[in-house]
Design a protein around this ligand. Structure first.
Ligand code: J2J
Length: 548
């Protein structure tokens, strides 16, 4: 059963055959994978959730819970192909929910805990979601109120399931207990079917959705496991938000579960929360974005906790400076593994046995021998090895198009199916990639991606604003932060920076999208062809930061 080509361009038959013949696509589904692990080692611990009194779910228990939830979803009329927006913090229920959905072939849509009304409403509306799964409260925020608002606005949204106290919605625990018959794996999705929709970092007005199949994503998991030496003895600490593609799949929680390893959930990535967990659970591998990796390397030498079990620290999501990279091994006593990945597919790792110089100066090389890499100029001409240019890629776990976005796909993919990553890279003689910059209109705020256009659209809604351009500005901690340059309407009353930030926040956006700084100007610098020159704006704000 092929991918539904009306929603998402699938892999052309010749490529699918090749990836299957090469052994990359193993013909497995997530539902089947968990069932097999549960049969082989039911009593091994799969998930450790230290929140509250602490919980340890074995593979047998996780499988059983996923089964009961799957049956519960079906009883409520949630069926194969339906979309379910999942917005949970790092709690064990995240895994029973997604495996319950995987098992019946319903598609989780992975929202982040930081998302607010505007984003959630969009995900629910655009995907015509049948259900929305939340925690009651987390990080001081009540998701039930958010769900009430969104439910009133989105007619397709028939159910809200709540981990914890349900309020006016349905408790996830009730859904589980009502269920009786386990769902047969055979009734679920086929390996070539979509498994879920992941969010793109994006550079457009609204985030694009990334359709991933069981076959392709599972390859990225076991491929990652091989390069990161994850096996059944590994203990993976999930310190970043679990739904993000990096901690989910590189090799992440799902890679660890594929290997029959143990997943430890950290409610927070800070050293005071994570270090005791590393010591107590014997964590061997984890993944961090660069700002957190810096915090960890600074905290480790003075920490009372023994981090001796930690073998590998993956760092990715944004460029990790060579200087910071050099500090990892001395401070943490483990191997740094740089990872340059994207939710659309391609993931690169430095190899554990690469020379130290390669580990600290490159962002790794692709998982698969069948990952095709092109580095091109502005006209799509291939550049010689070593030259810096646009990265295009195609391969056994890289999508061929976004979900329900044919117009955008025509721009983001070449006619022969290469994804235009928007990253500017060069390839070294050993085939390692070095990220040199970015051509997409995005700000990478320490791994959190902000699409300039999305924020610009919100700021444009302000009555005093005539025009706006959102650009990155350098930042010691996050690498980049956002700066909104604003031209006010003629005759408009002056507006304060803080009022602009408040305005954006009140439109119901994730806090990380609120501009860090606002600058008012009379007009924007122009490029030769009369477009706003963001390059000049970036240079202007960088210069101002140096002098102030
Ligand atoms: C520079 N830029 C990087 C790196 C990602 C593993 C790791 C990360 C992601 C991720 C992921 C970078 N150096 N080491 O999905 O599985 C920037 C690039 C890239 C974009 C993708 C994974 N690692 N980036 O970050 O979909 O610009 O995935 O195109 O969030 O992050 O962002 P995202």
């Amino acid at each position: 059963q092929p991918t539904d080509t009306t929603d998402a361009p699938g892999y052309p038959a010749e490529f699918a055959e090749r990836y299957r013949a090469a052994g990359w696509w193993r013909g497995e589904t997530f539902g089947q994978m968990l069932r097999e692990r549960a049969l082989n080692h039911p009593d091994r611990v799969a998930i450790v959730d230290p929140a509250g009194a602490g919980r340890r779910w074995t593979y047998g228990e996780l499988d059983d819970r996923a089964d009961r939830l799957a049956a519960g979803f079906l009883e409520r009329g949630i069926a194969k192909g339906d979309r379910v927006v999942v917005q949970l913090p790092n709690v064990a229920e995240f895994f029973e929910v997604i495996f319950g959905l995987f098992r019946i072939g319903a598609l989780p849509v992975f929202a982040l805990p930081a998302h607010r009304e505007t984003e959630i409403r969009y995900f629910c509306e655009f995907t015509e979601a049948a259900a929305y799964v939340i925690a009651d409260t987390s990080g001081g925020f009540d998701y039930r109120d958010l769900a009430t608002k969104v439910r009133a606005e989105v007619p397709t949204l028939r159910h809200v399931f709540v981990v914890g106290e349900p309020g006016e919605h349905t408790a996830l625990a009730d859904l589980e207990s009502e269920a009786r018959e386990p769902v047969a794996v055979a009734d679920g999705p086929a390996p070539g079917d979509l498994a879920f929709l992941q969010l793109s970092g994006g550079s457009t007005g609204v985030p694009k959705l990334i359709p991933r199949t069981h076959d392709d994503y599972i390859y990225s998991l076991w491929g990652s496991n091989e390069h990161c030496a994850v096996d059944e003895n590994s203990v993976y600490l999930c310190a970043l938000p679990a739904a993000h593609n990096f901690p989910l799949s590189s090799p992440g929680t799902l890679g660890a579960l594929y290997a029959g390893a143990r997943v430890v959930l950290a409610p927070q990535p800070s050293p005071d929360v994570a270090f005791p967990l590393i010591e107590r659970e014997g964590v061997t591998i984890t993944g961090l974005v660069p700002p957190l990796a810096l915090v960890w390397t600074e905290a480790a030498p003075n920490s009372p906790h023994d981090l001796g079990t930690l073998e590998v620290l993956l760092v990715g999501g944004a460029k990790f400076s060579e200087e910071a990279a050099r500090r990892v091994r001395p401070a943490l006593g483990c191997t740094l593994q740089q990872v340059f990945g994207m939710a659309e597919g391609l993931v690169n790792y430095t190899r554990l046995d690469d020379p130290e110089e390669t580990i600290v100066t490159t962002q790794g090389r692709p998982i698969s021998p069948d990952d095709e890499i092109r580095v091109v100029d502005d006209e799509d001409n291939d550049l010689p090895v070593g030259a810096t240019g646009h990265l295009l890629t195609r391969g056994p776990y890289t999508i061929r198009g976004y979900w329900r976005a044919p117009e955008h796909n025509a721009k983001s993919f070449t006619a022969d199916g290469f994804y235009r990553t928007g990253d500017v890279v060069r390839v070294t003689g050993t085939g390692h990639l070095v990220v040199e910059g970015r051509a997409k209109d995005q700000i990478n705020r320490g791994g959190e991606k902000v699409a300039a256009e999305e924020i610009e659209n919100h700021i444009l809604a302000h009555p005093a604003v005539h025009d706006v351009a959102v650009v990155s500005m350098p930042d010691d901690y996050l690498g980049e932060r956002t700066c909104a340059y604003i031209v006010l309407r003629e005759g408009a009353e002056p507006v304060k920076s803080i009022a602009v930030k408040k305005f954006v926040r009140e439109r119901g956006l994730a806090a990380y999208k609120v501009p860090d700084r606002v600058e008012f100007v009379e007009e924007f610098p122009q490029t030769g062809i009369g477009k706003v020159s963001k390059k000049d704006l970036r240079a202007a704000i960088a210069a101002r930061l140096v002098t102030s």
